[in-house]
Write a new protein. Structure first.
Length: 61
């Protein structure tokens, strides 16, 4: 059985959950421009680490 279909489903569901959590947490960020810049920079990049691990797992033989 190939890992790719599992990784696709897990990746899409995980990304949707991540987006939902990021949107909910964004309401808690203070309205100061520096706080928002930091939050949205971190939230915009943080998803790449688990996505890369998932892709490496799916590509493993």
């Amino acid at each position: 059985m190939s890992r790719v279909p599992v990784a696709v489903v897990v990746g899409i569901l995980g990304f949707l959950l991540y987006i939902g959590a990021a949107v909910v947490l964004a309401d808690l960020v203070p309205r100061h421009w520096a706080a928002q810049l930091l939050y949205f920079t971190v939230a915009g990049v943080l998803w790449a680490w688990p996505a890369s691990l998932l892709m490496l797992w799916a590509a493993r033989k």
